[in-house]
Design a protein around this ligand. Sequence first.
Ligand code: FAD
Ligand code: THG
Length: 817
Amino acid sequence: MTTPKVVIVGAGIVGTSLADELTLCGWTDVTVLDRGPLFATGGSTSHAPGLVFATNPSKTMTELASYTLEKFSSLSHPDGWCFNHVGGLEVATTETRWGDLHRKAGWAASRGVEYELLVPAQCAARYPLLDADRILGGLFTPRDGLAKAIRAVEAQAARAMSRGARFLAHQEVIDVVESNGAVRGVRTATGVVDADIVVCCTGFWGREFGRRVGLTIPLVPMAHQYAVTTPLESRAGANSALAEASLPILRHQDHDLYYREHGDRIGIGYYGHRPMPTDLSALDHNTTTSDADMPSKLMFTPDDFAEAWEQTIRLIPELGAGKVDDGFNGIFSFTPDGHSVVGEHRDLSGFWVAEAVWVTHSAGIARTVAEAMVDGTPSVDTHEFDLYRFDDAALDDDFIRTTSSQSFVEVYDVIHPHDQRAAPRRIRVSPFYPREVALGAEFWAPGVWEQPAWYETNQTVLDELVAAGMAIPQRDSWSARHWSPISVAEAAHTRSHVALYDMTPLTRLDVTGPGALDLLQRLTTNDLDKSVASVTYTLLLDEMGGIRSDLTVTRLAADAFRVGANGPLDVDRITRHLPPDGVTLRDITTATCGVGLWGPLAREVLAPITPTDLSNDGLRYFRCAQTTVGSIPVTLMRVSYVGESGWEIYTDAEHGLALWDLLTDAGRPHRIIAAGRIAFNALRIEKGYRSAGTDLTTEYTPDAAGLGFAIAMTKGDFIGKSALTSRDAPKRLRTIMFDDPTAVVLGKEPVSVGATVAGYVTSAAWSPTLGRCLAYAWLPADLDEGAEVTVAYQLATYRAAVAPDVSVDPSMSRVRR
Ligand code: FAD
Ligand code: THG
């Protein structure tokens, strides 16, 4: 059997792991080229101290790390171990960190990572060098430990070579050869190496390499300090030269520090210094390079380490008698959101990227890329590290530099799920922005769009509701961050009166042309061949039947569809499936704007200012009308993610302010308010609506997610259809309701049935209608409604019960009224 010719550029841990994984799949025509010597190439892997902590906010990244460390354990190398399970210990010196360690323990619990929360004396028992009086406790993870990165490279390379792969040193790839939109090979100083597939595994050189093929790979090479101390008397003879270490790897994140043993010395890594972005053009000739073969190793800058040393001596007093013996500033990649960058170039077929990958996730990412290449669909959800997850506006140089530096600064910080970056901000604002500012909007910018989270001027609405007897429990300090009780009042007011929601950031696409219907029918699950003016809720699946996203599709004309999507990944998916002709895709998001006008009084607001018959029969639920509001041309869609009667109203961006003003004027007699994202989220959870990326991922099928109604098995073929019938669904997305009205969770908490962790929360919100927190959780399929569960949140355990899927308006009487 002939398999594709693969050239991997870069023989670091990522390129080599990929060669191993590909050859394991039977793709044996693999050539790995590196500009440096083999296998200490001079890249980041050559000197990585190799600490592996599997626990991570991302479920997928936890799984990829777990795979990596178990795989490395199973590798054999003549010089000794490739992975040493010394265990991992993170210590807390502040209450906030101690809460955070409980949060991490929760992630570990629901993902099958062994862990133990330890009191200070237990920490000191595991790590006798610690001053136990300085710490509040620790999180111990026994399967974590040290990867011997170079050995893991050599062991995997040897295996790959035994299956036919070639590794070539001193082969700098200077160009990619392409024709007709596909790669044909790579060029080195000595000639062209033919290839059907080229994979960019060039580590922190990735950004530069991507430029050769017109691709922005958003990463910044950043220096990070690593030092090794003089020997510790108490550790003399504690570790054999072979073992190197027996104490757990240690993290002291309150001061951006981590530690491992090197025999009787301690290695110290530091993230607390100023960000040090590195100019690659200077590297190869850099006189500050401490090792001729190591462009990734810059001279140690002791001044930047002063605080690290001071804090280290406090935590590990015995080091006070010693000093830093050796150190360097090592370079590796940081990205705008801290995640890797992985995928195939959309406009150059056969060009793949696996960049900004830590040793920790290297084998897992390599396996994922191999699956994507060989099988077409990876076995894990990849949206967090997909090459195309970024908005175009986030691929600007300044944005990448600023946000990636911030990723460095925050790498060990306690990050709240709703923390917002300080800069750059106001990259994209809706036309309503000045009005939102005037209303005291508190803005969030999870991507590049500014979005009101709540409006301070709605304090009056809150005051009234409280005066009328509404009780909004005080929150604990963690869940009170980035939150205001005003948001609860906004949600309640939407259910009792009417509110305006800014929908401008929702991705809107026009798919038009004679092939438009066929394309969307093949790409999505529901039947879109309905009458003009229909709106349809439909799903994008992967080839294995897992959910990639959910969309609304509006048929504006026989050959014209308006797609409401969830962001750049949906655009990428559709773009990749465009036929050579017959379909035009246009992203109209920034050229247009929109509001959701929802609530029992929405009809009273809109009817007087539009000629369209808004009665229930005039414009039915899930139908659209192209009409006017005042004299503004608009598209009305009778859709409501908050589960109230009303419309999404879209117009061209230049009419935005006028539309806002018309609606607020018309709404004044009905006490219209503007409401923000927190209210929006609470209302959609009350209504049972899911959110792609958090509640929905490719790990789960539509039936499991409660979205079987959006599948039209009787229409023609669509992507993922054939897989649906055979896929097992042991879990279901369920709604749970907490017993205690003051209990609030934020997402990703473990959910137990009896004493067993059985699932995890995806999203949650405090429901004004029920006076309780509601959450979605992936739970065993056989749990009955009413079944009791417990949820671990910080240091508390909350009781909750499996609730009906839809808490508010299950009969649809509100939305259809
Ligand atoms: P690299 O190892 O840099 O490999 C890229 C290769 O591409 C290089 O060999 C380079 O020579 C080659 N190359 C580049 N351009 C070309 C070209 N044009 N033609 C041919 N070849 C080319 N990670 C952890 O998980 N745990 C840790 O504890 C940890 N600690 C770290 C401490 C320090 C001080 C540093 C610097 C990094 C640390 N990391 C750690 C990060 C980790 O080392 C890197 O993320 C990882 O090694 C990257 O692997 P890679 O294969 O992508 O890149
Ligand atoms: N508005 C528009 N497009 C969107 C969203 C939106 N696209 C992305 C995302 N949000 C899609 N999510 C949903 C989720 C649920 C519903 C609409 C969009 C919804 N569901 C009805 C239900 O489940 O009862 C569908 C009923 C039906 O199929 O008839 O309304 O907010 N434009």
